[in-house]
Design a protein around this ligand. Structure first.
Ligand SMILES: C[S@@+](CC[C@H](N)C(=O)[O-])C[C@H]1O[C@@H](n2cnc3c(N)ncnc32)[C@H](O)[C@@H]1O
Length: 247
């Protein structure tokens, strides 16, 4: 018979006990577990959504190799550019220009005659927005809307619009857009309102892309999970991009 050794028992019991104590302390101090468990949209490889996209050749201006805070990370930037290159949209609307990195990606990777509309808050108009501003810490970051594309040959394809997307009159665009990109105010109500407008702006066969479907933006995650109950959304694998493809 084996002799009972209290040291061995301690070795078995102590580590899980310590983990439990550690967890309890974290929770009591207000720590919230990562939201990854909330990412519920079907994760789908880009190639499965767009067969042959792997062959798409994208263009990146060297100025975009390093883009600073607030712009799409490089993986999303490349996926986004590839989608434009593959789909060849002729009318595009973006909510959330910021410095113009994603706008430039769309203009560079779409046909010559494509019109790119991009909306941001009017920098000279300090009116409060309909919903509180939530742009992940960029709220006080100084920038000039579109500064990254203004001095490029692509500026002629781009039309800068100004206004609060939650109260902007999108009606003239209804039923006309091949691609709508949503990357403005990340607060729940605003994402909801931008998404509703985007669905109205799509023409048949058009698509909507959202950025920031990940832990850092629970409001975006919640809103897109809810939309998925009535409209099929896909979470593009290895990215934080979400896509809706209209019939
Ligand atoms: C995350 S940045 C966009 C980044 C940009 N798409 C890129 O990839 O370079 C969000 C932008 O949305 C703009 N924005 C925030 N709330 C808005 C609103 N209600 N209407 C229009 N634009 C808004 C902000 O001023 C900011 O420039």
């Amino acid at each position: 018979m084996q002799e009972f050794r209290w040291k061995d028992s301690l070795r078995l019991v102590l580590p899980p006990l310590l983990v439990d104590i550690y967890r309890a302390v974290l929770i009591r101090s207000g720590y919230r577990a990562p939201l990854s468990a909330l990412l519920k949209l079907p994760i789908t490889p880009l190639e499965k959504i767009f067969p042959g996209i792997g062959q798409a050749e994208i263009q990146i201006p060297c100025s975009q190799l390093s883009r600073g805070p607030g712009a799409l990370p490089m993986t999303e930037y490349l996926f986004f550019s590839a989608i434009c290159r593959y789909r060849q949209p002729l009318r595009v609307l973006e909510i959330g220009t910021f410095r113009g990195s994603s706008t430039l990606a769309m203009a560079v990777n779409s046909p010559d005659r494509t019109e790119v509309f991009t909306l941001d808050l009017d920098p000279s108009h300090k009116k409060p927005t309909k919903y509180p501003l939530n742009i992940g810490g960029l709220e006080n970051h100084p920038f000039a809307p579109g500064e990254l594309f203004l001095q490029t040959p692509y500026a002629r394809k781009i039309r800068q619009l100004y206004g609060d997307s939650a109260s902007f009159d999108f009606q003239p665009f209804y039923g006309t857009m091949d691609l709508v990109f949503i990357d403005g105010n990340h607060g729940y109500e605003n994402v909801r309102s931008d998404s509703e407008q985007a669905f109205r702006m799509l023409r048949p066969g058009g698509l909507i892309l959202w950025d920031d479907y990940y832990d850092a933006f629970p409001s975006v995650v919640r809103c897109l999970n809810e939309i998925h109950a009535s409209r099929p959304l896909l979470h593009i694998e290895r990215s934080r991009l979400v896509l809706y493809l209209s019939a």
